[in-house]
Design a protein around this ligand. Structure first.
Ligand code: ADP
Length: 492
């Protein structure tokens, strides 16, 4: 049944060439569209990411500025001034002892540390209250420290008590943390003098230069920012999912439309191809009949009439095939009757084997049916014959028909050792008008309706159709019909 069409007229070759060119152009166009859509998606995602990142940065800066201002409002206050005044005074009062050599530099600094430490508990309570009042985030820490203490004596000499950038800063109030983990809020120099009587009984004045700094540290930035940006992130995520869905949907739709358009073009090509032969034969036969010699020769005119009838029938068959095989399962009107499947399939195989050339073997392994099931004999035999015809058409030489009952289904299995079906095509073969891939389309005749029709027939019987196949090894089709099919109609 294989028709090899290897001789092309120039006109047919040109038509094939333009058709091929059209397909290539369509493919390039849709590939460009898909690439464009993917590129836009990536660009949009990158832009969204950039905007989120910028917003994150902006909000972070805003938060830091707001926190800084709030801390300012809390600590610029007479109470805090009085605390710092108190520890500074304690420190300054120790300077005469230091100058007289009664305590060393370390002990002098320790005095400041201790004095500040004593006031810190009270300060922390005050700060906490202030933070609650001004709405400062609980993750914001504050510290006041001294980074430089210089003494300038009357003779112009200076002595560094605390060296800026060399000695660690001297923690005074708040919560201690390394300065490089925080932000500097403010720093100022503070200078005053202290007069006292020194060891030699003279009045001496020391000028004290003191540099105080305010620092702020924010712990667990990410969780603060995440909470602040939650709504934005959520909306961005929803938009992202929406865009992805939209693009995926559009691409899938595009591919589907492209496939449908290809399938329709193929179908038109196929049907034109199928119509050509009978039409050409009809034309020759009609010409023969109109020829005056043929008119006189009864044998020739009878032969021509027979040819016309045959071709007419062929054309009618083609049209019937298109009309009938295009029916959807809900338009198939089943005439159900109880049938013993094994006997029925045996008969179908008997009839089919009559049409088979000798080189093709038809094997049967039919489990005898003991209970009849309700099927439409005409439609089920059409489905089986369609699959058997395909097995022959696609180069099967050993065809096997099996029948088994598996769970609630009677399973008819039809396998062949033909050209097989690629994994990609397996999903498509039950689609309306689907035919084999471009490469060998013209080697095998057909309209791409047979398997679609089979699937609709099986679906109308509430069954399942399936295929297993390996390229170059063969295909196996499974028709699964529920054993209780239609029984409810009879009983109910
Ligand atoms: P047609 O046979 O007219 O092309 P069908 O709907 O019967 O249409 O089959 C659709 C496609 O499925 C075929 O074009 C072919 O690619 C594939 N196919 C069907 N049966 C077989 C088979 N037994 N072996 C290999 N390929 C098959």
């Amino acid at each position: 049944m294989t028709t090899v069409n290897n001789k092309l007229t120039p006109k047919a070759a040109f038509t094939q060439f333009t058709h091929l060119w059209y397909i290539v152009a369509m493919q390039i166009k849709s590939k460009t569209l898909i690439a464009g859509a993917i590129f836009t998606l990536i660009a949009l995602t990158a832009m969204q990411g950039y905007l989120i990142f910028n917003t994150y940065d902006l909000r972070k800066n805003n938060f830091a500025v707001e926190s800084r201002m709030t801390i300012g409002s809390i600590v610029q206050n007479p109470y805090v001034d009085s605390i710092s005044w108190a520890y500074r005074t304690e420190f300054v009062d120790k300077i005469p002892e230091y100058r007289k050599g009664q305590i060393n530099k370390k002990a002098l600094i320790q005095t400041l540390k201790n004095a500040a430490k004593e006031s810190n508990n009270g300060f922390l309570d005050y700060f906490k209250e202030g933070a609650e009042h001004f709405g400062l985030h609980e993750n914001v820490l504050f510290k006041r420290s001294a980074s430089l203490i210089l003494f300038t004596y009357e003779n112009g000499e200076t002595e560094t008590i605390l060296a800026e950038n060399e000695d660690p800063d001297l923690f005074l109030l708040g919560t201690d943390f390394p300065v490089d983990e925080g932000y500097l809020i403010n720093a100022w120099n503070w200078s005053f003098d202290k007069g006292f009587t020194n060891a030699s009984g003279h009045l001496e004045t020391v000028v004290i230069t003191y540099r105080a700094s305010l620092y702020m540290k924010i712990i667990d930035w990410d969780s603060i920012m995440l909470k602040k940006l939650l709504l934005l992130l959520f909306v961005a995520f929803l938009l992202f999912v929406f865009i992805i869905t939209l693009v995926t949907y559009s691409i899938r739709n595009l591919l589907k439309i492209k496939r449908i358009s290809e399938i329709k073009t193929d179908f038109i090509n196929n049907i034109t191809h199928e119509l050509k032969t009978p039409l050409a034969t009809l034309s020759i036969a009609t010409k023969t009949l109109t020829n005056k010699y043929a008119k006189d020769d009864k044998a020739i005119s009878d032969e021509a009439i027979a040819t016309i009838n045959r071709q007419n029938k062929r054309l009618q068959n083609l049209i019937d095939q298109v009309v009938d095989n295009s029916l959807g399962y809900n338009h198939i009107n089943l005439q159900l009757e109880p049938v013993l499947l094994s006997e029925f399939i045996d008969e179908v195989c008997d009839d089919f084997s009559l049409t088979l050339p000798q080189r093709i073997q038809l094997l049967r392994v039919l489990e005898p049916s003991d209970t009849p099931i309700l099927i439409d004999k005409f439609f089920i035999s059409t489905a089986i014959i369609n699959i058997l015809n395909n097995a022959v058409k696609f180069e099967g030489t050993v065809i096997k028909v099996e029948l088994k009952t598996i769970e609630a289904y009677s399973v008819i299995t039809i396998s062949d050792n033909g050209i097989g079906i690629s994994k990609k095509n397996k999903k498509l073969i039950f689609d309306k008008f689907y035919r084999l891939s471009e490469k060998n389309k013209h080697d095998y005749k057909g309209l791409g309706l047979g398997l679609y029709y089979c699937s609709q027939i099986i679906k109308a019987h509430h069954g399942i159709i399936d295929v297993e196949s390996k390229e170059k090894q063969g295909s196996t089709f499974f028709l699964k019909i529920p054993t209780n099919h239609g029984k409810e109609n009879l009983t109910g």
